[in-house]
Design a protein around this ligand. Structure first.
Ligand code: ATP
Length: 241
């Protein structure tokens, strides 16, 4: 569903991403870990078509986002670290508005309501203004949008940052639910605990290179922490030498 082939991105002389090869099939949750500046957000932005690769390319369900931007964008949902909604509108009204922008069909109130419930928004919050929503609740509105749009792939950048443990746990469960329905999920994170909780595959990036990939189920929390820290220590050593 999501594929990167020899994907590289250079800013001036700085190589942000170097020769990334990645495949996230339907139903997989692939989590990119790595130190600040490792190239995780760059990877997400390249899939979103927000920036163009210096070489190599990405495919979304076989489509090149540069050649077929509208069609490839219609297949993906994006959840940024900070979700921006209209504070004076309710959760349901925000969903209605963004779904209509995305050209959604079947935008009747019941369908939107059901999507918000499925995303885990408390029923008594659905008609309330989002001004008083927590970060976790705002994220649920965007997840509901992905549900309504029936996206095939979901891209997320540090989705659990700033969530309390209960909200982060709920979020992880939601990602698993969507992946079980066939959505391909690619996320960048620093949250080792929830990476292991929700991911099927974990990739560790260092200085623009995907240095290792392994099934999340193959490592304990302690082992994952060890591997992630080891990659960051090498970062420090390489910068100092
Ligand atoms: P973080 O965990 O801090 O979000 P990251 O792994 O997502 O980090 P990226 O944001 O992908 O890292 O950045 C990779 C490298 O590219 C960094 O060295 C960053 O400074 C650089 N970079 C990113 N965007 C730009 C830009 N627009 N211009 C110049 N350099 C950039």
């Amino acid at each position: 569903m999501l594929e990167a082939q020899d994907l590289s991105k250079t800013y001036g002389t700085h190589v942000a991403l170097h020769g990334l090869n990645l495949h996230v099939p339907a139903g997989e949750v692939f989590c990119l870990l790595g130190a600040n500046g490792a190239g995780k957000s760059t990877t997400i932005k390249l899939f979103l078509g927000l920036i163009r690769p210096t070489s190599g390319g990405v495919r979304i369900n076989g489509l090149d986002p540069a050649a077929q931007p509208a069609k490839s964008k219609s297949l993906i949902g994006y959840i940024p670290e900070q979700v921006a909604l209209y504070p004076r509108l309710s959760g349901l009204e925000n969903l209605q508005y963004f779904a209509s922008l995305a050209g959604g069909s079947e935008l009747n109130r019941q369908r939107l309501w059901d999507a918000l419930l499925k995303a885990g928004l408390p029923e008594d919050a659905i008609d309330r203004r989002v001004a008083n929503y927590s970060k976790g609740m705002r994220q649920k509105v965007v997840i509901a949008l992905a549900i309504v749009r029936r996206v095939k792939a979901l891209l997320l950048d540090e989705p659990t940052s700033g969530l309390d443990p209960q909200a982060a746990h709920e979020f992880s469960k939601l990602l698993v639910l969507l992946s079980e329905e066939g959505v391909a999920v690619l996320m960048a994170s620093h949250d080792l605990y929830h990476a292991r909780e929700s991911a099927t595959q974990i990739g560790i990036m260092r200085q623009g290179v995907l240095v290792e990939t392994f099934p999340a189920a193959d490592v304990s929390h302690a082992e994952l922490e060890y591997r992630a820290l080891r990659s960051m220590e090498r970062n420090v050593v390489q910068r100092m030498t």
